[in-house]
Design a protein around this ligand. Structure first.
Ligand code: C6P
Length: 402
């Protein structure tokens, strides 16, 4: 395990991206990739490239071993079994898989699904389509003024006995860290299954599906210092009971013109040729992060986000959204300026921050704003990055005469 020296970022040199002299504060949208991930993918394409689960020649077996080895690594990382790990394109596809395969088989007319006001569109729209098709209802748990889930309101809605509760671990706008284990226990007590969207937590804190006891969990590899591949975790029994989502090659056991039967888990849910290099790269990202240690990552990020939060709070005309205790995301507005204008002025100074509705339009409505700007950090973010951002923001203030 690498030694973590607080205040001095020892990880930045692992990321070739930073040859570009940019202040990259958009890790919540996607993270930069360490050299070990890029090398693992390059090596796969250069010397091990073959399709998986098909050929019986040595090279094909080598590719299959690498792919299935990657699955074992991801499974160990979140304390699941490899059969419970389905490779998908991204978290969005993972949620759609659950909505279509589990949801269509289990949600009936008049039944309910419970989400929260702080969900990303990916954890709203698939459920909207499902309830529309089934004549079911979508309930939404409110957040407090501070930007935390209103647990009492959540518990009240559980009295309506939802079949499924789907919520984010960390809000991509507010940075709020939801008490997943407690919420899951409450939902289970009410008889619901639980889906956790771990997109914004997976790279920043230890996620253990057995400990959380959630039924499904999704995340995107590209936010975990890996490539554009995603992961769906599902409890084995549930995945076994579910019909397939996408159909075609590799997900079948036997096919005739009349009927087909399905492959074992997890391949039942992986139709067609998967992103093998993506899985290999994601496993390399996991090894990289484990080398640092998730506890060290969290400690470093909490310290940095506290620093940024305190400094931002002191700038007149800055409005911050979300609670004080948060993960590595701070959304804000500067006076009445549109967030896109703020982001553009920051960009002119080499500072990359996201602006807009952050794929959380309903949450923007709750906050009473059309958009906001957002900084988000990763293992490579330095105090110097934050200082440069703050200086650029001061300049933006001048430009806008605030
Ligand atoms: N949020 C952001 O800038 P995909 O696009 O499938 O990889 O991830 C979707 C997603 C789902 N849930 C949460 C909580 C998310 O933050 C995201 C992606 C990015 O905030 C891009 S919109």
């Amino acid at each position: 395990m690498k030694k973590v020296v607080m205040g001095a970022n020892v990880f930045r040199k692992d990321f070739p991206f930073f040859a570009r002299k940019l202040v990259y504060l958009d890790t919540a949208a996607t993270s930069q990739k360490p050299r070990v991930v890029l090398d693992a993918m390059r090596k796969f394409y250069e010397i091990s490239n073959a399709n998986v689960h098909r050929g019986v020649y040595g090279l094909a077996d080598e590719a299959t071993q690498l792919y299935e080895g990657a699955r074992k690594t991801i499974a160990r990382f979140i304390n699941a079994s490899p059969q419970e790990i389905v490779f998908v394109r991204n978290a969005t596809e993972g949620i759609n898989l659950v909505a279509q395969a589990w949801g269509r088989a289990n949600i009936k007319k008049g039944e309910t699904i419970l989400i929260t006001q702080m969900e990303h569109h990916s954890n709203i729209v698939p459920w909207q389509l499902l309830v529309k098709e089934k004549g079911a209802n979508l309930l939404v748990a409110t957040i407090t003024k501070a930007g935390e889930l209103d647990v009492l309101a959540f518990e009240k809605l559980l009295e309506k006995k939802p079949k499924l509760v789907a919520f984010t671990h960390v809000s991509n706008v507010l940075g709020t860290v939801n008490p997943v284990k407690e919420l899951t226990a409450l939902a289970h007590k009410a008889g619901a299954k639980v889906l956790v969207d771990a997109c914004q937590s997976i790279a920043h804190m230890h996620v253990d599906v057995r400990n959380l006891n959630c039924d499904f969990l999704v995340f995107s590899g590209h936010k975990l210092y890996g490539p554009f591949v995603g992961v769906l975790y599902g409890k084995k029994k549930l995945l076994e009971e579910m019909p397939p989502f996408l159909c075609g090659g590799d997900m079948i056991k036997e096919v005739s013109f009349e009927k087909s039967s399905w492959n074992e888990l997890p391949w039942k849910f992986e139709a067609g040729t998967p992103d093998v290099a993506g899985a290999v790269g994601l496993a390399a990202a996991v090894f990289y992060l484990e080398g640092i240690g998730l506890a060290n990552v969290e400690r470093q990020e909490v310290e940095l986000v506290e620093y940024a939060f305190k400094k931002l709070q002191k700038i007149k005309a800055v409005q911050i959204y979300g609670p004080k205790t948060r993960a590595g995301v701070i959304s804000f507005n500067l006076g009445d300026m549109h967030a896109h204008d703020v982001s553009t002025v920051l960009d002119e100074q080499g500072v990359c921050v996201r602006s807009g509705h952050h794929c959380a339009q309903p949450l923007m409505g709750v906050l009473g704003i059309p958009a906001c700007a957002r900084i988000s950090i990763g293992v490579y973010t330095t105090k110097e990055d934050i200082d440069k951002f703050l200086a650029a923001l001061q300049k933006a203030k001048k430009v806008f005469r605030l």
